[in-house]
Design a protein around this ligand. Structure first.
Ligand code: TPP
Ligand code: SF4
Length: 284
């Protein structure tokens, strides 16, 4: 069943027809009106359009979840993979063909729940790909169970007396795991989301974008309004080059900082493996 009302379908179609990114639009998104995931998708449309990435060289890989529907809505190649397995699929694609631009998209359940074991290895290996984690602090597709980023005390079908486990902070994880580009954005701010996703796709190495992306249907605690009251841009003088300072700011729960926490130049996995191939070829 689609949650899109007739009116919002028509509005979305009009917007798509008028958009400068229309050549990137594929099937009409089936998300509920107001879902935060629309902003991430719009950001990716704008990024690939701005960077003039040829569709034949573009791949989007997702796991399972509402967020996992991404590949159906954007042109280029797409792989709607298995729950929690988008990162290993994407790293395999990148190793097989390093010339491709590979973007991975998934939810908080997908990325730091079932798929949490893959995140450190993709980040520390500095694979040259972009990972957008759409965090709504709930399992959206399966209708509202708590996720690893749900706050303590949150009630749901699987936590009727309130969540008793401490939430995971995906931004601090990415920093601790060694990602070379780490940013946090909020789906209320379309232009900033587009700008950060564009920079993330341009970055050479593993880029991570943590998008606070509300589920307007099943999460009644973590919402646009609740996040709106907590978020704040990183201080103007902040320089995104120091991992320990980035970690301290990313850890803050009040305010929740938004912006680019870290960007570092470190040879990516494909650069290092090419160097080895070249050295081997010279000694052969
Ligand atoms: C191996 C496996 N376990 C469980 C599921 C059921 N399942 C599908 S999506 C999902 C969670 C989705 O939540 P999230 O990743 O946060 O994405 P969202 O839907 O909120 O965008 C679960 C548990 C599955 N498809 N496969
Ligand atoms: S994440 Fe929530 S609001 Fe978004 S499509 Fe899924 S159920 Fe709907």
């Amino acid at each position: 069943m689609s949650f899109l009302s007739k009116r919002s379908v028509l509005e979305e179609l009009e917007r798509a027809k008028a958009s400068k990114t229309k050549q990137w639009r594929d099937n009409l998104p089936t998300w509920c009106p107001g879902c935060g995931h629309f902003t991430g998708l719009h950001g990716l449309y704008e990024a690939v359009e701005k960077l003039k990435i040829p569709q034949k060289d573009f791949v989007v890989v997702s796991g399972i979840g509402c967020s996992g529907r991404f590949p159906f809505f954007i042109k280029g190649f797409g792989l709607h993979s298995l729950h929690g397995r988008a990162l290993p699929m994407a790293t395999g694609i990148k190793v097989a063909n390093p010339a491709l631009t590979v973007v991975v998209v998934g939810g908080d359940g997908d990325g730091v729940g079932i798929g949490g074991g893959h995140f450190p290895h993709a980040a520390r290996s500095n694979f040259n790909l972009t990972y957008i984690l759409l965090d709504n602090s709930i399992y959206g597709l399966t209708k509202g169970q708590i996720s690893p980023t749900s706050p303590m005390g949150m009630k749901s079908g699987t936590s009727p007396y309130g969540n008793i486990a401490r939430p995971i902070n995906p931004t601090t994880l990415a920093l601790a795991y060694g990602a070379t580009f780490v940013a946090r954005v909020f789906s209320r701010e379309r232009d900033i989301v587009s700008d950060i996703i564009t920079k993330a796709v341009q970055h050479k190495g593993f880029s991570f974008v943590h998008d606070l992306s509300p589920c307007v249907v099943f999460n009644k605690l973590v919402t646009y309004n609740s996040w709106n009251n907590m978020v704040e841009e990183l201080p103007a003088e902040y320089d995104p080059q120091d991992r320990s300072k980035a970690l301290a700011l990313a850890e803050s729960a009040d305010p929740i900082y938004l912006g680019l926490f870290l960007q570092e130049n470190r040879p990516s996995f494909d650069e290092l493996s090419n160097r080895i191939k070249d050295e081997l070829a010279q000694t052969a």
